[in-house]
Write a protein that binds this ligand. Structure first.
Ligand SMILES: Cc1cc2nc3c(=O)[nH]c(=O)nc-3n(C[C@H](O)[C@H](O)[C@H](O)COP(=O)(O)OP(=O)(O)OC[C@H]3O[C@@H](n4cnc5c(N)ncnc54)[C@H](O)[C@@H]3O)c2cc1C
Length: 388
């Protein structure tokens, strides 16, 4: 086992850190305040080769391992959580499922959209009555003369309305009317019968819309079906999602590390009672506790990424148990790390003049989105008790 980064990985970390610090940090407040998608950052990321870096070489990507994407996401997350999430969704997310289980035509097209157009694929799982209990989803795709007719409503879909590629989880109904279980189908933005409804007024990460997707007799070519497997379709889709969990964990870790770094710097400047904050042992211990949490989260995320299994096209998907442990732990601890960092600033930490309050709102998301912490713990418990 070795935790040393290669020279190439050090260069990647340095590049991502530089972009975060020099290009993304100064505008992070604007995306939050204006509810604006950072198109200009997408172009910077694309030119720097950070979009689609896990895409196989045969589809034009650099086929970097999952851990490399994690390293870049963590660095960018220190400065702008929204931009880091875009790196997640162009390297993991729907991409992982499409690369592992889709058709070659789908793989070529999705890779092209990411690498050339900066498209950020969206994943549409959640419905008003199917969140944690995803198997109760009601959206249907009914087979009909060379196409599928999709009906249903998704909500809280990250990038809804922005993303051209949308991987929709749906019940597949064959032409005889039999339910074939849950599968995935690609629906392009602009397809007739597909519209975007309410956009949520979210607490944090406000630079990417969280939107409702509405499908009304939406006809999608049969060739857009990604997963249709009555026995294992749902399992495959959830498997594909494990990479996304690792990416989300890396964003949370990055945000927490960024807040922690700001607090350390501030504690070397601010004086009370004739002493620098960094000299008070009570505060040192709070920060040491955060340091331990960050390090533990980092190891869990790196472990899950490095142990990821290679599937078709060398796509790397982490194991469910490791991904769930990394996500539940990081989401919980990162929130506390940011909260402690904010505390070091006193009243100024509570002001919108500084990024701490935004970071706290942003990092809170990771205990909910991508499967709640309770859902992760259910999966961990299932793996523990499966054979007993
Ligand atoms: C910012 C953000 C972005 C999101 N992006 C996407 C996206 O891109 N695509 C997408 O499909 N979805 C997305 N979601 C939706 C997200 O995945 C769901 O919100 C999440 O799965 C929880 O579902 P729910 O909100 O319906 O809560 P519910 O499932 O109703 O759960 C409510 C509460 O009960 C708990 N709970 C429920 N069942 C159990 C149980 N069996 N045991 C213990 N506790 C339980 C939950 O943990 C939660 O605390 C996003 C959400 C947010 C906030």
């Amino acid at each position: 086992m070795n935790f040393q980064l290669s020279e190439e990985q050090k260069m990647l970390v340095d590049l991502a850190n530089r972009l975060g610090r020099d290009e993304f940090a100064s505008k992070a407040a604007r995306w939050d305040r204006e509810h604006e998608y950072p198109h200009e950052n997408v172009e910077v990321l694309r030119r720097a080769g950070l979009l689609g870096m896990t895409i196989p070489k045969k589809f034009g990507g650099t086929e970097r391992p999952l851990i490399d994407a994690v390293l870049a996401i963590e660095q960018i997350g220190k400065y702008c959580g929204v931009t880091a999430r875009i790196v997640v969704e162009t390297n993991m997310g729907a991409l992982g499922s499409i690369m592992a289980y889709g058709t070659e035509a789908q793989q070529i097209e999705v890779a092209r959209r990411i690498l050339e157009d900066g498209d950020k694929p969206a994943i549409g799982m959640t419905e008003p009555d199917a969140g944690t209990d995803l198997t109760s989803l009601k959206t249907t795709a009914v087979e009909h003369d060379g196409c599928y007719v999709v009906n249903g409503t998704k909500h809280w879909i990250t990038g809804g309305g922005i993303s051209r590629t949308n991987l929709i989880y749906t019940r597949i109904i064959d032409r005889e009317g039999n339910d074939q279980g849950i599968g995935g189908i690609l629906v392009d933005k602009g397809t007739r019968g597909f519209s975007v409804g309410r956009v949520e007024d979210a607490m944090g990460l406000r630079g990417i819309p969280e939107a409702e997707l509405i499908f009304e007799n939406c006809e999608v070519p049969a060739a857009n079906l990604v997963v249709r497997d009555p026995k294992d379709g749902f399992k495959k889709l959830m498997n594909g999602y494990n990479a996304q969990r690792i990416g989300a964990s890396a964003v949370a870790l990055g945000i927490a590390q960024g807040a922690h770094d700001l607090a350390i710097e501030f504690m070397g400047q601010r004086e009370t009672f004739g002493r620098k904050l960094k000299e008070f042992q009570g505060l040192q211990w709070m920060m040491a506790d955060s340091e331990m949490k960050l390090e533990a989260a980092r190891l869990l995320i790196y472990q899950a990424a490095c142990n990821a299994r290679k599937l078709a096209n060398n796509v790397m998907l982490p194991e469910m148990r490791e991904a769930s442990i990394a996500k539940a732990f990081t989401a919980h601890e990162s929130f506390h790390v940011v909260s402690e960092a904010l505390q070091m600033f006193g009243a100024s930490g509570y002001s919108r003049d500084l990024p701490l309050e935004r970071m706290l709102r942003d990092v809170r998301m990771f205990q909910i989105g991508g499967g709640t912490s309770q859902a992760q713990m259910n999966m961990i418990a299932r793996s523990m008790f499966a054979e007993h």
